[in-house]
Ligand binder design. Structure first.
Ligand code: NAP
Length: 295
């Protein structure tokens, strides 16, 4: 699909703000649903440097702009330019969606809805149980927030290459969710012990993402468990090596496409107040991810 250029037509503009984001799937997903619903809107790409953010943001207050998604690396820094931050985005500390309300820019976090929709079918299994999360980046925050707020596990353990970032996340969330015990795991032995009792294992690192599709967020010595839930938020490839490993031990797997759809649906509904045509979005993402060059 050709991505329409912004400022080309008399339509309400939407778009994604980030850096080096030419491979983002959001334009294809949102333009497909815009066409499905025949809305007078167009979704483009705003690949900008950090210095360009203030002028970009002020131009977004125009009535032609309805809103934007925000991605790597601006989900946190963008917050200081906005007029209002939703309670959730404030608690998470990151914004991935902006809505222009008559010149007032409101920041939201819809990644949290992507995680919620992905895990909601397993809510009973997660409640009062153990969850182990690999990663401590931007997406980890929305994931920890969603898991703690909506599914009330008894334990959330964080594993991350950079220990300080794991501690930051724990210090940020543990005062908010006192019924969940947070910990940081470092040794392989501790990670293995926790995996053996965890109902849910989540990868929120970028390890395994294209082009490094053979990389895995866990050491080869760690053994996942039969029937355990394993959620990888990486969506490209659709089935990561981590999910393949999980399937090989008969764990149950959840891929990152569900989260991508969920966060997109929530953003779209905030912009348009219309129901997101999920099946059209799922079809175009599946097509793009399985045959990205249209071959
Ligand atoms: P980020 O803020 O850059 O965080 C990256 C995380 O991965 C950090 O924890 C980092 O560890 C870890 N990491 C990176 N390379 C590593 C390596 N070689 N070995 C060990 N750990 C490594 O990125 P993000 O925004 O959180 O995104 C993370 C992933 O989630 C990306 O693949 C992104 O596409 C995906 N995502 C998916 C959705 C969805 O809708 N499905 C939404 C958002 C993000 P350090 O802290 O040590 O650097």
């Amino acid at each position: 699909m050709n991505i329409p250029k912004l400022a080309a037509e008399q339509k309400k503009h939407l778009g994604i703000i980030g850096c080096q984001i030419s491979h983002s799937l959001s334009p294809i997903m949102h333009n497909t649903v815009i066409q499905t619903l025949n809305l007078p809107m167009v979704y483009g790409v705003m690949d900008v440097t950090e210095e360009m953010l203030p002028s970009l943001i002020s131009s977004m207050r125009s009535l032609h702009f309805r809103g934007a998604n925000v991605t790597i690396p601006y989900k946190q820094i963008i917050m200081k330019y906005l007029d209002e931050i939703s309670e959730e985005a404030e608690k998470i500390g990151a914004v991935n969606t902006i809505v222009n309300n008559n010149g007032r820019l409101i920041g939201h976090n819809t990644d949290v809805w992507g995680v919620y929709l992905s895990l909601q079918p397993y809510a009973n299994e997660i409640k009062n149980n153990h969850v182990i999360i690999f990663g401590a980046g931007g997406a980890t925050k929305a994931t920890v927030f969603a898991v703690a707020k909506f599914f009330s596990p008894r334990y959330i353990s964080i594993v991350n290459r950079t220990a300080g970032k794991a501690h930051q996340i724990i210090n940020h969330f543990s005062p908010q969710y006192r019924l969940t015990k947070f910990s940081h795991l470092e040794t392989e032995l501790d990670i293995q012990r926790e995996i053996e009792v965890a109902a849910l294992v989540i990868n929120t690192t970028s390890v395994g993402m294209k082009p490094n599709i053979h990389a895995m967020p866990i050491s080869p010595n760690i053994v996942l468990q039969k029937n355990q839930l394993v959620f990888d938020i990486v969506y490209n490839p659709v089935e990561t090596s981590f999910l393949k490993l999980a399937k090989s031990v008969e764990a149950r797997t959840i891929g990152g496409v569900e989260m991508l759809l969920g966060q997109g649906a929530r953003a779209f509904e905030l912009w348009t107040h219309q129901e997101f045509p999920m099946s059209a979005a799922r079809a175009v993402l599946t097509q793009e991810l399985t045959n990205p060059n249209g071959e």
